[in-house]
Design a protein around this ligand. Structure first.
Ligand SMILES: *Cc1c(COP(=O)(O)O)cnc(C)c1O
Length: 714
């Protein structure tokens, strides 16, 4: 049985700093480094050991350490400052939302996603989609939106990546200890814990709802690992993207249908429902069922659901969109469609997609048909999506297909290095964070003296290289072997970063296509280059795992060893360290398969320009001065030819542009003005336009508010 926090398990905290506990239970600390400092300073080693998890930390920490902090005037000053800004944040009456939408007090938004990437200590995300959801929730809190997020707590999370000595990825699952995460059971107005019930074939499944506080926003996460579910059903939400098709339908039924019921149990009636990717699309059925059960016709119910729902698609690859065999749908929904007053055929036709292997029920089709507002996540991806789903809208031309585009962004405070924040505080004006999406704010970047920015960038790189060396040593300590290559990575060498999911379309091995040429680039006397790789392949993606193994093994070869390393366990912590500390962010997907990509935005924000294919967000950002564009904006019918062209372009950009810009034209202090032009231009152009603030303001004006207006007309 899972027990939740009981005071006895915490180390006693001196009264003077007792609110460290309260702070640990609001994930606000995840984007406020000064709040994290309050824990770290008490015991830096333990803070690392507990993987930056304050709840865990407050259980493990020695009482005398807390007492020492409580007696330290300097510490108390920081503590008081953090608590003051926390209180001001949580209690603010005026926010972006009240300023921009003063008449919308009664509107609210429910946001559904299968994964939320908030912090490394909460491993319930796999990659870009989850990080985006996490950033979305944090920004919704910053802007003061009336917003509630819904998803799953996966007690075993997403896997922890290990590589065997040959570089083959294997997965390690660790059970989350609920006492060590900032979860509290969600409670109804009259104080009851919330357990939702959902029908699955031949049984009822129960999900307990936990509430996580993310600043001002509630994140509701369901857990099926509770009594009286069967052992199998208790495993249902154990892992993110685990299990077979049947498990996946069951998960999505609980997410969509159970999620709506969780909101209702808490007395919530959101105006707008946002499905972040098709995983949550069953929620439209539940909304329709509620209306039909109140006596509405299905056709009228659909009109209301369409008004209320907005949908974001993320996947430009047909196979990446969930689609379930009709037989599976029959098994799960035979008792549900009568509640919608639909026949078998009418129900299945709601989302029928014919495939080579037979008709299927496509979650993206369901979501698109049941929401009036839909979008892709970059302009190019919007265009690709309109082509992919045109068949759903007979008689419409591709451009008329009702899928718009809102390009992704990143949550500035979560991804910006604290050292740069200090610099921005000094040069951009005190209120720069309130104007984070305004390009004018960022023009002041050019006023930062070159040597000052160079010094900060150099410091950030050193910290990242040190971090990489430690991680590398830890890996071999775990394998009980000496490091395969040592020493690795040199300070002050031009460092490229490549970290992302190892899906094959991301072509992690493209750089290795011409081994000799790469070797020359890495080892030119006086102008060496080094590369840090990281990334996970999906546990079932063997081709992706082969890519990891290839990179790993190639990195050991003479001429590469020490200059290229692969870091295992890619997660938010690695993402944060790499995007802030490398010099150049490399991204070479096979166009047009990258819906948006966000890691390059994080790097640019920190002054590391992109070297990227013109795919996803990059065509919107690239201006010739803020990074480099690999290859051409064209479609290839032959992927080999595409790979060849792109690799040639990548090599010549490195040889002729990137490396010279970094090493040549150094002044007497070793500072390269040309390089800093790229850095400043990257920050100034990417930080505002690809901020989560800009993105969410667009969701407000293009999706949420128009939907709310339609709802008001019903
Ligand atoms: C930002 C981020 C991603 C998304 O990166 P892409 O650019 O979409 O590949 C994935 N994983 C982690 C840990 C991240 O921080």
């Amino acid at each position: 049985m899972r027990t939740l926090e009981s005071d006895i398990l915490f180390t006693p905290i001196p009264e003077r700093i007792a609110r460290l506990r309260e702070l640990a239970y609001n994930l606000w600390w995840t984007w406020h480094p000064e709040a994290q400092e309050l824990y770290r300073q008490v015991d830096p080693d333990l803070w690392e050991l507990d993987y930056h998890n304050p709840v865990d930390f407050l259980r493990d920490v020695r009482e005398r350490r807390l007492q020492a902090a409580a007696a330290d005037a300097n510490y108390l000053k920081q503590y008081d400052a953090v608590m003051t800004s926390f209180d001001a944040y949580v209690g603010a009456k005026e926010t972006w939302f009240t300023r921009h939408y003063p008449d919308s007090k009664n509107q609210s938004i429910a946001y559904f996603s299968a994964e939320f990437g908030i912090h490394e200590s909460l491993p319930i995300y796999s990659g870009g989609l989850g990080i985006l959801s996490g950033d979305h929730v944090k920004e919704a809190s910053d802007m003061g939106l009336p917003f509630t997020a819904v998803g799953f707590i996966y007690p075993q999370g997403y896997f922890r990546q290990r590589l065997d000595p040959s570089g083959w990825q294997f997965a390690e699952y660790n059970k989350l200890n609920f006492a060590n995460i900032p979860a509290v059971p969600a409670r109804t107005a009259d104080g009851h814990e919330v357990i939702v019930e959902v029908e699955l074939p031949g049984r009822t499944i129960y999900a307990k709802v936990y509430q996580f506080q993310v600043g001002r926003v509630a994140l509701l996460l369901m857990d099926t690992d509770i009594h009286p579910n069967s052992p199998q059903d208790r495993e249902l939400s154990a892992r993110l993207y685990g299990g077979d098709e049947e498990m996946r339908v069951a998960q999505e039924v609980v997410l969509g249908i159970g999620g709506v019921r969780a909101l209702r149990a808490l007395g919530m009636a959101p105006t707008v429902f946002h499905m972040n990717e098709g995983h949550a699309a069953f929620l439209v059925l539940e909304l329709a069922r509620e209306l039909v059960q109140k006596g509405m016709s299905f056709a009228d119910a659909v009109r209301e659901v369409q008004a209320r729902c907005v949908f974001t698609t993320h996947t430009p690859v047909p196979a990446g969109n969930d689609a379930f065999a009709f037989s599976l749908m029959e098994k799960f929904f035979w008792s549900y469609w009568p509640q919608l007053k639909l026949s078998h055929d009418e129900f299945l036709n709601l989302a029928r997609q014919d495939q080579s292997w037979g008709p299927s029920f496509a979650m993206t089709a369901l979501a698109l048909k049941m929401s009036h507002h839909a979008n892709g996540v970059s302009q190019l991806h919007g265009h690709v999506s309109r082509g992919m789903w045109q068949w759903l809208f007979p008689g419409k031309s591709r451009d008329e297909v009702p899928i718009g585009a809102i390009t992704n962004g990143v949550h500035t405070a979560s991804w910006l290095a604290p050292e740069l924040r200090q610099l921005f505080d000094a040069y951009l004006g005190a209120d720069w964070e309130d104007q984070v999406d305004d390009p004018i704010t960022w023009k002041k970047i050019y006023a930062i003296p070159n040597h000052v920015l160079w010094e900060v960038r150099r410091k950030l790189k050193r910290a990242t290289l040190e971090f990489a060396r430690e991680r590398y040593q830890k890996r071999f300590a775990f394998l009980n072997q000496p490091p395969a290559v040592w020493p690795i990575l040199e300070d002050d060498v031009l460092t490229l970063g490549f970290a992302r999911r190892f899906a094959t379309y991301k072509r992690a091995t493209l750089l290795f296509r011409d081994f000799e040429r790469l070797k020359n680039i890495l080892n030119r006397p006086g102008r060496p280059v080094q590369i840090i790789f990281a990334g996970k392949a999906h546990p079932k993606d063997d081709p992706g795992k082969h890519f990891i193994q290839d990179v790993y093994q190639l990195s050991m070869r003479p001429g590469m060893a020490g200059r290229i390393i692969f870091l295992e366990e890619y997660d938010i912590a690695i993402g944060r360290m790499l995007t802030r500390g490398v010099d150049v962010w490399v991204n070479n997907p096979r166009r047009p398969y990258e819906a948006s990509g966000t890691s390059g935005m994080k790097a640019s924000l920190n002054g590391a320009p992109n070297l990227s294919i013109l795919d996803g967000w990059w065509p919107e950002a690239y201006n010739g001065k803020n990074g480099w564009a690999i290859g051409e904006e064209k479609e290839y019918s032959n992927t080999d030819e595409q790979d060849w062209h792109d690799s040639q372009s990548l090599y010549s950009l490195l040889e002729n542009d990137v490396v010279p810009a970094y090493y040549d034209s150094r002044d007497s202090n070793g500072v390269s003005a040309r390089w800093l032009d790229y850095c400043k231009e990257a920050i100034a152009t990417v930080a505002p336009q690809f901020s989560m603030r800009r993105m969410l303001a667009e969701y407000m004006s293009q999706m949420y508010m128009p939907a709310a207006e339609e709802v008001a007309k019903l």
